[in-house]
Design a protein around this ligand. Structure first.
Ligand SMILES: [Zn+2]
Length: 204
């Protein structure tokens, strides 16, 4: 893990986006469309910066257009997760989408677990681009879920349970969001992921 000046600057930008985005989302109540745009842009910027830190730290030789495609993936996934509000409401109206009596399906953190397991399983067999894009999807999903969890907790729904945790502390979310790209860099480029996979295979 190399901490040079540009990495530190990216972390400063990441923290500023988190803090300013959340303050603005809280302060701007009307119009609801503006509030939704601020909220969604904050998710996009967090996913983008966190993924950029991850990709920049990875040792894969990624072509420029592939690098840009991965960043697009980070932005699109971070943003489109909230489309599930409209799908669940079966309506294009923002008012319906933001007044659901339940949490929409893409906010189920089982998705984060499944993407992480996919990353572990494909590491030895998948191409480098597939590993990177799975890792970027995990970063986009988990940073989005952690930010939402500061208000509504982590939600896990499976055939065996349907529970939400308490809202997570804001500092915990900031620490998670800043550490995650480096953890993913280490996992994706080292043999540790294969060791995690071996341990997982032994358990099942
Ligand atoms: Zn959300």
């Amino acid at each position: 893990m190399v901490f040079n000046f540009s990495v530190i600057l990216k972390h400063v930008a990441l923290c500023l986006v988190c803090l300013i985005g959340d303050k603005l989302s809280d302060a701007v109540e009307k119009p609801p469309l503006l509030r939704a745009c601020i909220d969604n842009c904050t998710h996009v910027l967090i996913g983008l910066i966190a993924s950029e830190i991850f990709l920049n730290g990875s040792t894969y030789n990624t072509a420029k257009h592939e690098y840009l495609l991965l960043l697009c993936e980070a932005a699109v996934v971070s943003s489109l997760i909230d489309l599930d509000h409209f799908i669940e409401a079966r309506s294009f109206r923002l008012q319906d989408a933001t007044n659901l009596d339940r949490r929409p399906f893409l906010h189920n953190s089982v998705f984060c677990i499944l993407i992480f397991l996919l990353l572990i399983i494909v590491k030895p067999f998948g191409t480098s681009n597939f590993r990177l894009s799975t890792a970027v999807a995990f970063i986009a999903f988990s940073t989005h879920h952690m930010r939402d969890a500061t208000r509504r907790g982590i939600w896990i729904k499976s055939p065996f349970q349907d529970d939400s945790s308490r809202p997570i502390p804001y500092v915990g979310y900031l620490v998670f969001t800043n550490i995650l790209p480096h953890v993913m860099t280490i996992l994706v480029r080292s043999r540790r992921l294969e060791a995690v996979k071996d341990q997982f295979m032994e358990l099942v």
